[in-house]
Design a protein around this ligand. Structure first.
Ligand code: ADP
Ligand code: MG
Length: 137
């Protein structure tokens, strides 16, 4: 997969499901794009395809959530991190586990080199409900 145009949230979820089909435990997927681009929508589509039935919404009071699917799914949203140096180095340890597939919104908020990155997704607005989605890796 590389650049694709989607015309609504369901379309973005379907594209995410295609990616999910080739993910394995331990994989990390970085999902970049501005507010409202559709990052959480993408994570929802992938999570559904991985068997998650709980609601998939952006983490609010924590930086991450963990869902039960056919494999454990971790969902991180690092938007609120503004000083990476001030964060506990073990911040993500509960989420980045070898048994889980992890999706990270706002990965650029942390300077740390991400390990086990299976795909880098970038979503941008393309007018109305259209989005351009690139999936690398
Ligand atoms: P983010 O996590 O990037 O801030 P969300 O996924 O929470 O974005 O929100 C995206 C919003 O845009 C949702 O309200 C969704 O319904 C809407 N939307 C409209 N068109 C699309 C599309 N093609 N793909 C994804 N979301 C879309
Ligand atoms: Mg979000």
């Amino acid at each position: 997969m590389s650049g694709r145009r989607t015309s609504g949230p369901a379309d973005t979820e379907a594209l995410a499901a295609e990616l999910a089909a080739r993910l394995e435990p331990g994989d990390v997927v970085l999902v970049a794009g501005e507010l409202g681009a559709g990052k959480t929508t993408f994570v929802r589509g992938a999570s559904r395809a991985l068997g998650v039935t709980d609601p998939v919404v952006s983490p609010t009071f924590t930086i991450g959530r963990r869902y039960r699917g056919r494999v454990p799914v971790s969902h991180l949203d690092l938007y609120r991190i503004d000083d990476p140096g001030a964060e506990d180095p073990g911040l993500l340890d509960d989420y980045l586990t070898a048994d889980a597939i992890t999706f990270v919104e706002w990965p650029g908020r942390l300077a740390e080199p991400w390990e086990n990155v299976a795909a880098r997704v970038t979503i941008s607005h393309a007018g109305g409900d259209e989005r351009l989605i690139s999936v690398e890796g």
